[in-house]
Design a protein around this ligand. Structure first.
Ligand SMILES: Cc1cc2nc3c(=O)[nH]c(=O)nc-3n(C[C@H](O)[C@H](O)[C@H](O)COP(=O)(O)OP(=O)(O)OC[C@H]3O[C@@H](n4cnc5c(N)ncnc54)[C@H](O)[C@@H]3O)c2cc1C
Length: 403
């Protein structure tokens, strides 16, 4: 068997890459170790900018519900900033139908999909790529895309080991809840909640209401912990977080931990996200937003850019590593500069977030900028300056007791 491109992993990164390639007439095989639909531990929150860039998500009914507001709770719960919008700020998805929907779209575009096929080995050289499936089948290709998620075996085999300090860990659970109860607690607006340093962790807790599901989780960022500092027990912290939410009547009193799931996410890109005949996408390339752990947007963009770079390489019949370096240049142009600032900020996840939430609570301009990060922009230069200025003013006002 030989294809132009083999994509390993059919999450948002792999499925998007396969769709882009197939639409350009490239012969592409999308492989996943699971048969689909399969679930993936995730909050399932997509800021509106994702739906603007990929309108086919909404057009194909892959969104469960829309949220119009968010409440941010400070570390000691002394402050609460409520941000509301007349148009949606986020779309909520259930990963099982969402990921399966993206794979269907890639198949409809002409990609071959084979679920239940774990790749155990990948090799590349300047002339071609080769993957071996469990059971021994060997598939040849001109190029391979490694999109096999955070603990990427493909990335490791291709010579890009993940740095274990730059990851985050989560515990979460998604509870089915009747829509009338969801309406009662979260209204039509399906307000989201973020709790800074929930249960004392170096990270945050979230409450993501969907149409008939309630997704609750906590996540800690290891880059924010000192080298000798122990990680928190996230299962215990999760149970404490639910106690708080029930006491505050944010969630129904019937919600208790049943079978919380763990998950990890990368918080730093690989130094090189390409090599001989190979490209790393999404979590396999370490491409997420390091301050929040948001990854679906970055997985889809990197999949799209990988597809475009390989279409170009196939058209030009180019096989040099330098040709694939274009892919890395493109994603750096899109979000590389933001990434650095978000990463710096993420190292402060241990600092109590009282003043920052107080500033957001009191300053409508900061609220407007915050909302625009959901709806329109990633952190461009103009926003960075405006936000930085408002935060500095807020901090001074707070020092002098005038906030
Ligand atoms: C708890 C948690 C909550 C999160 N919440 C959000 C959120 O609310 N919003 C958001 O945007 N992001 C969130 N993220 C991040 C997001 O889930 C990931 O960034 C995103 O799924 C990455 O997509 P991907 O396609 O790179 O990888 P994945 O979605 O992980 O897909 C990788 C695929 O590769 C397959 N695979 C693995 N190994 C092999 C193999 N050897 N052979 C064949 N197939 C293989 C897997 O079966 C899987 O289907 C969260 C992450 C975690 C852990």
């Amino acid at each position: 068997m030989k294809y132009d491109v083999v994509v390993v992993g059919a999450g948002p990164a792999g499925a998007t890459a396969a769709k882009v390639l197939a639409e350009k007439g490239v012969s592409v095989l999308l492989l996943d170790k699971h048969t689909f639909p399969r679930d993936k531990p995730c909050g399932g929150g997509l800021p509106m900018r994702v739906l603007k860039r990929y309108p086919y998500i909404q057009k194909n009914g892959l969104i469960e519900s829309l949220s119009y507001g968010i409440s941010i709770h400070s570390t000691k719960l002394l402050h609460q900033a409520d941000l509301d919008n007349s148009t949606p700020i986020a779309g909520m998805v259930l990963r099982k139908p969402f990921d399966a929907g993206l794979v269907t779209l890639a198949s409809e575009a002409g990609a071959a999909f084979q679920g239940g096929s774990a790749v155990v080995k990948v090799t590349t050289n300047p002339q071609h790529a080769m993957v071996t499936l469990e059971g021994g089948t060997i598939i040849g290709a001109s190029y391979v895309i490694a999109a096999d998620g955070v603990a990427s075996h493909m990335a490791r085999q291709l010579g890009h080991p993940q740095d274990s300090r730059n990851i985050g860990a989560c515990v979460l659970e998604e509870y089915p809840v009747p829509s009338q109860v969801m309406d009662q607690f979260f209204g039509d607006q399906r307000r989201l909640h973020i709790y800074l340093n929930a249960s004392g962790i170096a990270g945050y807790g979230w409450v993501f209401p969907k149409k008939e599901h309630l997704n609750i989780g906590i996540g800690e960022f290891y880059q924010a912990l000192g080298p000798q500092q122990p990680k928190h027990n996230l299962k215990t912290a999760y149970a404490q977080f639910l106690d708080l939410l029930r006491t505050q009547k944010v969630i129904p009193g019937t919600i208790h931990p049943l079978s919380p799931k763990g998950g990890v996410f990368p918080t730093h890109p690989q130094r090189r996200t390409y090599g001989d005949r190979s490209i790393l996408c999404g979590d396999a390339g370490g491409l997420t937003q390091p301050l929040t752990g948001e990854g679906i947007y970055y997985a889809m963009i990197s999949g799209e850019l990988a597809g475009k770079a390989l279409v170009q390489a196939l058209e030009a019949d180019q096989s040099t590593v330098q040709e694939l370096a274009l892919y890395q240049r493109w994603w750096i142009q899109e979000f590389g500069h933001d990434y650095k600032r978000y990463y710096q900020a993420s190292r402060h996840w241990q600092s109590p977030g009282e003043t920052i939430v107080k500033i957001i609570e009191k300053d409508p301009k900061v609220q407007a900028i915050g909302l625009s990060l959901f709806t329109d922009h990633i952190m461009n230069k103009d926003i960075r300056w405006a936000l930085g200025r408002r935060l500095v003013i807020g901090i001074f006002k707070s020092w002098f007791g005038r906030l």
